[in-house]
Design a protein around this ligand. Structure first.
Ligand SMILES: C[S@@+](CC[C@H](N)C(=O)[O-])C[C@H]1O[C@@H](n2cnc3c(N)ncnc32)[C@H](O)[C@@H]1O
Length: 216
């Protein structure tokens, strides 16, 4: 139900020029030559194409999205600019069709707030990152819990506000997934969105190089 609404909304927006991001994740990501990168909620594919240039022929970038319109636009853009080292995959954030320990870098911009099960998404980010791999995520959080009547409203979720959790809930999910230290790179003042008050932030974290038990 929710996915259908997201697919509809974003397929309509795929051909528009409107900005869909809520922070500068890509500007802090610094993808390196040869790295494997993933963009969750890749939309029209702009950030995927930027990362593809940075990682070069020896690297690879995956864009993940659930909207058919966005995926079509992103694939056309890759073709137009003759970018070969990218793949756009249609799957849900909670069930990424990527291998364990595959990515050096995961980015996402204004997408995780849509996910039904955000804990599962953070668990997936942890799973696909290599040891020592990093994430940079721009997203929104709610300054207080979203009213029950909107929390499951698929239209309000697709509009990027009703799916938002509070800042402390957000941090708990990250910690539970296994990310020990989180850096807040940028954070906005609270602002009104839909029927809620939200704020945007860009956060970064790393999967530890070892689990601390002496194993490799
Ligand atoms: C606000 S747009 C952001 C697009 C892009 N990151 C940008 O900054 O321009 C959110 C994107 O996430 C995708 N999306 C939302 N929920 C999703 C889900 N559960 N699984 C996969 N993709 C999802 C939407 O289709 C849409 O393309």
């Amino acid at each position: 139900m929710e996915i259908k609404e997201i697919n509809n909304r974003y397929s309509e927006l795929a051909e528009s020029e409107c900005c869909l991001s809520c922070g500068g994740a890509i500007n802090y990501a610094e993808p390196k030559l040869g790295e494997v990168c993933v963009d969750l909620g890749s939309g029209r594919g702009t950030d995927v194409l930027r990362m593809a240039e940075s990682v070069g022929e020896t690297g690879y970038v995956y864009g993940i999205d659930i909207s058919d319109g966005m995926l079509e636009k992103a694939r056309k853009n890759a073709e137009k600019f003759k970018v070969k080292n990218v793949e756009f995959i249609r799957c849900e954030l909670e069930k990424l069709e990527l291998n364990d320990n595959q990515a050096d870098l995961v980015i996402s911009n204004c997408t995780l707030n849509h996910a039904d099960n955000k804990q599962a998404v953070w668990n997936e980010i942890y799973r696909i990152l290599k040891k020592g791999g990093r994430f940079i995520v721009s997203d929104i959080y709610a300054t207080k819990p979203i009213a029950e009547e909107y929390r499951t409203d698929p239209v309000a979720i697709a509009e990027c506000w009703a799916g938002a959790v509070t800042r402390s809930e957000y941090m708990q999910q990250l910690e539970k997934a296994g990310f020990a230290t989180i850096e807040i790179i940028e954070e906005s003042k609270p602002y009104a969105k839909g029927k809620a008050e939200v704020a945007s932030f860009t956060i970064a974290g790393k999967k530890a190089k070892s689990c601390g038990c002496g194993c490799k």
